[in-house]
Write a protein of this length. Structure first.
Length: 220
């Protein structure tokens, strides 16, 4: 499905985990290891997939709604330790990501990231990939409001001095799509990430693509 307002789009905002980075399995294993260490009920693979995209605090409370704040803090600390231990080797990008990102940048689009990762986590992976200066800006869940609240998108729009209709949010979860709806921003879903495409279609994206490389044509 083509975008009738493609000429107005100047800023392309990407989710990270499950959209750019094939990191779902690493997130799941780190959360399961943290729960095991703390003698908490170990969530299933599907249960952890459901919370990918949220900030870590919000994700922990969704997985363990009866947990105390102290337990959630311990879980966050343990999860971060397990994830960092594995993150010495960055998760691979999905097929077509590197080429498409470079093409979009060469065509003059401004590129940004809006992620549930922490600032330290995003900066660490960008540095390890040699991409610390590639994106024009970014927002992380621990420095603003977690998805699906629109604040991280609103802050990015303010920094680029653009209206919502001049940007597009690209993501793999309901949280990405709902955040864009809440910000009044067009959106493109990817079908290969954490949430099934049927759930993403409910948010009326401009397109729901099966390959990252198809994002480029969806902007025209």
């Amino acid at each position: 499905m083509s975008n009738p307002n493609s000429k107005t789009i100047k800023l392309v905002i990407f989710d990270w985990d499950g959209t750019i980075s094939d990191s779902v399995a690493r997130i799941v294993s780190s959360m399961q290891s943290a729960a095991t260490e703390l003698d908490m009920a170990v969530p299933t693979y599907l249960e952890v997939k459901e919370i990918i995209g949220l900030g870590l605090t919000e994700a922990a409370f969704r997985l363990f709604p009866k947990a105390t704040r102290e337990q959630v803090f311990q879980l966050q600390t343990s999860y971060s330790r397990y994830y960092r231990a594995e993150d010495s080797v960055p998760c691979p990008f999905f097929p077509g990501v590197t080429e498409t990102l470079h093409q979009l940048k060469a065509e003059g689009y401004q590129l940004a990231v809006a992620t549930g990762k922490s600032r330290a986590g995003l900066d660490r992976v960008l540095l390890s990939l040699g991409m610390e200066n590639f994106f024009h800006n970014s927002r992380c869940a621990d420095e603003t409001r977690s998805k699906p609240h629109p604040l991280m998108l609103e802050e990015l729009l303010a920094e680029f001095d653009l209206p919502a209709e001049a940007a597009v949010m690209i993501g793999d979860t309901e949280f990405d799509m709902e955040m864009a709806v809440n910000a009044g921003m067009p959106r493109i879903a990817v079908s290969y990430g954490a949430h099934h495409a049927d759930r993403l279609h409910a948010f009326e994206p401009l397109a729901c693509v099966d390959l990252f490389s198809e994002i480029k044509s969806s902007l025209y």
